[in-house]
Design a binder for this molecule. Structure first.
Ligand code: NDP
Ligand code: HSE
Length: 433
């Protein structure tokens, strides 16, 4: 079909016209002819629901399409694109849209991680697609590769940097010595951070993405509450400097693993060695490693946040959903047949680097080593340096071999109560070495 031939139309309703929505409008307007040729029908933007129609917007947004009546809009569309975020009214509007027979595309990882199963059921009942490529890792195609390209393989591990804001913050702290608050403000101004950056810096955004990835990869429902989550708010400039000195950078990682016992999903800041590919993922970029039994390791890399990159992923879903509507096809829905046990993070293996301020006197090292031995945690290296800033005290950096997360956490807890310990300065997991 040529660019001018598409005569049928699909009505597209947009919920939200912020960082992402504005870019979706721009692409729909600027590339309408090419999109029509690719789909075989014109994608007609019939309305844009926002909180306040009077808010000044970019000139590409047609003022006459703005509405505050999202309920009516979703009932009169073939395809609804939800980029407003939050739980309500996004959830009710999506359910309403699906109930009215519309295909739904969403970038809303918080909602999917919390209420995904109910939304999939509503989409199944209506026989329409629910697509969400933009919900994980911005522009990077990761949902479709796991759901479709690897559908004939067995995924065993998904590991990556899936939050652009925290990667940007840690990168700025590492490369430019920026303070935490200053770097977060920059990330907000650049449109990477959520309106409330707590979700980013506390790891909740990455945890929602981990829940989505683990559910897809392991054909098992993994909810947000199943993901153990630690953010980066406690990471200090001192931690970043120490990491550099020991040949590492600090990255917020999402880790989803399948073992013989079940599946586990975790989010935590970790020390990653300089030579590891994840160490070189800078700015707001994301990178996801997927390991599958037959494919082996795969790596996906790209812009993980921001208006245009995220809109690219939305548009990919929009084109394929539109094609499906024309042919009557439907993409794969939720797959939960494996129904594996979701394990407690304490039972997973990990390595710690623990930085302590200790009294510089005989017997200190022995007392600390005894606690590790009692918990069955094996020490790999210990380095000690006298503190210039604190007479009579030394910094002790202990790196462990792999041990059970619960045993390591108990070790740290017990050590913190020893008289010879002045302070536990940081506890970070070590990955990739
Ligand atoms: P913004 O806060 O920039 O935009 C939200 C939009 O939704 C605004 O236009 C707002 O209207 C509208 N809106 C919010 N609440 C309502 C409501 N109750 N009724 C009607 N309209 C409403 O968000 P983003 O564009 O950054 O994010 C949108 C979604 O995309 C979120 O789910 C987010 O997690 C996800 N996402 C964002 C990425 C990013 O880099 N920003 C990347 C990947 C996913 P008004 O303009 O009038 O205030
Ligand atoms: N706030 C999110 C991030 C947006 O920083 O990664 C992309 O999901």
């Amino acid at each position: 079909m040529s660019i001018t031939q598409a005569s049928s139309k699909l009505r597209v309703a947009l919920l939200g016209c912020g960082v992402v929505g504005t870019q979706v409008v721009r692409i729909l307007v600027e590339h309408s002819d090419e999109l029509a040729a690719r789909v075989g029908a014109r994608l007609e933007l019939v309305g844009i629901a926002v909180r306040d129609t009077q808010t000044p917007r970019e000139s590409v947004v047609p003022q006459n399409l703005l509405t505050e009546d999202a309920e009516t809009l979703v009932e009169n569309a073939d395809i609804v694109v939800e980029v407003m975020g939050g739980i309500e009214p996004a959830r009710s509007l999506i359910v309403r849209a699906l109930g009215a027979g519309a295909t739904v595309i969403t970038a809303n990882k918080a909602l999917l991680a919390q209420d995904g199963p109910a939304l999939y059921e509503a989409a199944d009942a209506a026989g329409v697609d629910l697509s969400f490529e933009a919900a994980v890792a911005g522009a990077i195609p990761i949902i479709r590769p796991i759901r479709d390209s690897l559908a004939g393989d067995k995924v065993t591990r998904v590991l990556g940097i899936v939050n652009g804001t925290t990667n940007y913050v840690l990168d700025q702290m590492t490369k430019h010595g920026l303070g935490f608050d200053e770097a977060v403000k920059d990330a907000q101004a650049l449109g990477y951070a959520e309106a409330d950056p707590t979700a980013d810096v506390e790891g909740h955004d990455a945890a929602a993405k981990a829940a989505i990835l683990a559910s897809l990869a392991f054909h098992t429902r993994v909810a947000l509450k199943d993901v153990s989550c630690e953010g980066i708010t406690h990471v200090t400039a001192d931690d970043v400097a120490w990491a550099q000195r020991s040949g590492h950078v600090i990255k917020l990682l999402a880790m989803c693993e399948q073992s013989d016992d079940g599946v586990v999903a975790r989010v935590y800041p970790a020390l990653v060695p300089h030579e590891h590919p994840l160490a070189n993922v800078g700015d707001a970029f994301n990178a996801v490693f997927v390991e599958a039994e037959n494919a082996g390791p795969l790596m996906f890399y790209g812009q993980g946040a921001g208006g245009a990159p995220t809109a690219s992923a939305v548009m990919g879903d929009l084109v394929s959903a539109a094609r499906n509507r024309l042919t009557g096809a439907k993409s794969a829905g939720e797959s939960t047949y494996a129904d594996l046990p979701v394990l407690d993070a304490g039972q997973t293996d990990t390595r710690y680097q623990i930085r302590l301020s200790v009294a510089d006197k005989p017997g200190v090292l022995a007392a600390i080593a005894e606690v590790f031995a009692e918990q069955g945690v094996s020490i790999e290296t210990v380095t000690q340096a006298l503190r210039d800033d604190h007479e009579g005290y030394a910094s002790l950096v202990v790196t462990t071999h792999q041990g059970k997360e619960a045993a390591l956490a108990q070790t740290v807890e017990t050590i913190s109560r020893l008289d010879v310990i002045e302070e536990i300065m940081s506890v970070l997991r070590v990955e990739g070495s």
